[in-house]
Structure formats: structure tokens, C-alpha cells
Design a protein around this ligand. Structure first.
Ligand SMILES: [Zn+2]
Ligand SMILES: [Zn+2]
Length: 364
């Protein structure tokens, strides 16, 4: 278990502050009574908010805030201001990537302080109405949706939507992200038609940036298919899940190829744990959907199992790789697709022949 070392907070002595400089809590903007004893430029209303901020982001940015928040004679010069601006932009990038990482890991609560820091510095650098605020709105909205706080998510998304509608040339990537978040919100709220509309737009814009055969697009198809599944449209769902599995198949096959040529090649981590969990979930959803159909499409089941086998091979779990490989083989034998059976057999041979030691160093 990881231990967190929280720095000691010291009490703010109000009389020591110049008039009109009352400090506000980093998280809730209420009056602050504590300050981070390490950087001394970050303030909190209470220890709970200090802890939440520390775990969420402050631990990683505490020393970086000192030059940004300390006012010296130099920081008022033109060079000083430019330097601060660069540091703030760096901090925005750090906060964004921390928030994204936490969201992928499903740590929604912990993603909020990083999202807020990102938003706060974006407002500072780009102004309160800038289109540059949209990624931060979306990160925060995703965090709130994960926590079931729908009204906060909806509020942030409508701000993002307004901003994008005023800046329609903001680029396909931003449109794609906005539509994906809106689709998620509507799906949670039970507005299936609204979700379908947004996911379709999401895929259109994602295809412009990443290409139709990208995993980003395929994740959009997956979300779209899940809505059709809620509407009971089995045939559409099946054909979309097929697309999704095909995309992951070609993506994972490319990763596996070097090992088919050299089974002892060293295995470098290609997916982080969070990504692995996400892909695993997608493929399991497809497999479960097919298992519940009265007339099963064995080729799709074989394909999803094959993908899972490759995914776990890349993740260094040989037992899971072998088990999914075997069920892929079983399913593929019930379908007329010879190519698929060959691919499964090749992978199973690889899993069986690969020396055990190759994975040992990755287990952590
Ligand atoms: Zn607070
Ligand atoms: Zn600090």
C-alpha cells in the first residue's frame, strides 16, 4: 500500500497579511485558514481540502507554484511576465495530463483538483471566455459524471458547448471531445436519441483527426453501439461491435507481430494499467452481448477472445492469454473463418513457447 506524505500545514496569521489580501482556499474559494508549509503560496479552508488537493495534484506541483505565485520586483518586468506565462502554460499541460490519467484510472474524485487547477490557470492565461478553457471544462465534467454529480457536469458541458458554438473553427479534436462528453451525459440521463446524435458527431470529428480505423473512433462506435443495445437493436449492435473488435484486432496484431517472429523478444509495457482495464472492459462487453444471444455469432466471439488473449499477452499475463486463446480457438472452430483459426493457433503457439522468465520482471 502506497503511503502519502502530507506536508504540515501552518495556520495563517491574518494580521501578518497586508490589508485586502485575504487568502482563499485552493479548492472551494472559501476563506482560508491554512497554508501549505512547503510552498507557502497555497491556501486551504481546512485540512480535508488540503489533503484532497495534495492527493489530487498538489503533491506534484507544489514547488512549481512558488515562482508563479511569488511576486518579486523582477516578476513585474516584461521578461519576468513572459517567464511566468511560460511557467503557467507548462503547469496547465501538467494539470491536464494528471486529470486525464486520474479519469482513465477511474479516480474521479482525485481528478477534480487537477481539473480545477487546469481551469484556473487557463482562465488566468487565456482569459475567462477563451475557447482554451473547453478542455478543462470537459475534464471536470467527466469527473463529476463519474461521481454521479449530473447537475455540475451538465453546467460545465453547457459552458463548453456555448464556447464551441462561438468558435466553430476550434478544430475537430475539441468537437469530438465535446460530443463524446455530451453523449455520455445524455446516456446517463436516459436521453438515448440525444446520445446517439452526439456519438455520431463524435465519430465524425474523431475520424477527421485520427482516421476511421483508429481506436479513438472505435471507442466512439462502441459507445454508439451500447445505446443501440439499450434500444434492443441487435443487428446494428452486432455489426458495430464487429467493427470495434476488428479495429482492436488489427491494432493488437501489429503489437504482437514482433513476437511471432521472435518469441523471446523483450516485452515492453505498451498499455498502462488503466488503458488495459478500459480495453478489457470493451472486449468483455462484446463477448457478454454475444453470449446472451440465442443465435450466437461465433466469429465475433472468437475475434473478441483473440483480442483479449493478445491484450493479456502484451500485459504479461500468460495464464489469461492462454485461457482466452483457448476459448478463441473453440469459437473459431464453430465458424467457417479459416483465417481467424490460423491467427488464434499462431498466438496460442506463441503463448505456449514463450519462456516464462520474459514476463517475470514486469510483475509489480
Ligand atoms: Zn476549501
Ligand atoms: Zn505546497
Amino acid at each position: 500500500m502506497e503511503t502519502r506524505h502530507l506536508p504540515i500545514a501552518s495556520r495563517i496569521i491574518p494580521l501578518a497579511l497586508p490589508k485586502g489580501t485575504e487568502k482563499l482556499c485552493e479548492l472551494c474559494q472559501n476563506r482560508a485558514y491554512l497554508q501549505c508549509a512547503q510552498c507557502r503560496v497555497t491556501f486551504y479552508c481546512d485540512a480535508t481540502h488540503q489533503f484532497a488537493d495534495w492527493v489530487g495534484i498538489h503533491e506534484k506541483i507544489c514547488p512549481l507554484l512558488v515562482p508563479i505565485r511569488t511576486e518579486t520586483l523582477e516578476s513585474f518586468s516584461k521578461e519576468g511576465r513572459i517567464e511566468k506565462d511560460i511557467k503557467k502554460r507548462e503547469l496547465i499541460a501538467i494539470a491536464r495530463s494528471i486529470a486525464e490519467g486520474k479519469l482513465t484510472e477511474g479516480k474521479h474524485e482525485e481528478a477534480l483538483p487537477a481539473g480545477q487547477t487546469c481551469l484556473h490557470f487557463c482562465m488566468d492565461v487565456f482569459g475567462p471566455c477563451s475557447i482554451q478553457l473547453v478542455p478543462a471544462y470537459l475534464l471536470l465534467a467527466e469527473g463529476y459524471m463519474g461521481l454521479g454529480n449530473i447537475s455540475s457536469a451538465a453546467e460545465l458541458l453547457s459552458q463548453a458547448e456555448l464556447s464551441v458554438s462561438k468558435n466553430p473553427d476550434c478544430g475537430h479534436d475539441l468537437h469530438h471531445r465535446l460530443h463524446r462528453s455530451l453523449g455520455r451525459l445524455q446516456s446517463i440521463m436516459g436521453d438515448l436519441e440525444g446520445a446517439l446524435f452526439n456519438y455520431a458527431n463524435d465519430i465524425y470529428h474523431a475520424a477527421e483527426v485520427y482516421g476511421l480505423d483508429s481506436t479513438v473512433c472505435s471507442n466512439g462506435y462502441f459507445l454508439l453501439a451500447n445505446i443501440f443495445a439499450k434500444q434492443g437493436k441487435t443487428q446494428i449492435v452486432r455489426s458495430m461491435y464487429n467493427e470495434v473488435a476488428q479495429t482492436w484486432n488489427s491494432h493488437l496484431t501489429k503489437l504482437i507481430e514482433p513476437f511471432l517472429e521472435n518469441p523471446t523478444a523483450s516485452l515492453e509495457p505498451t498499455f498502462d494499467k488503466a488503458k488495459q482495464v478500459e480495453v478489457d472492459k470493451i472486449l468483455h462487453t462484446i463477448l457478454d452481448f454475444e453470449r446472451h444471444q440465442s443465435r450466437k455469432e461465433h466469429a465475433l466471439m472468437a475475434l473478441a477472445s483473440l483480442c483479449l488473449s493478445m491484450l493479456w499477452f502484451m500485459g504479461g499475463d500468460r495464464v489469461k492469454a492462454r485461457d482466452f486463446g483457448r476459448s478463441a480457438l473453440q469459437s473459431s472452430q464453430m465458424s467457417p473463418n479459416q483465417e481467424l483459426s490460423t491467427a488464434v493457433q499462431k498466438l496460442l503457439d506463441l503463448v505456449e513457447t514463450r519462456p516464462q522468465t520474459s514476463e517475470a520482471k514486469r510483475s509489480k
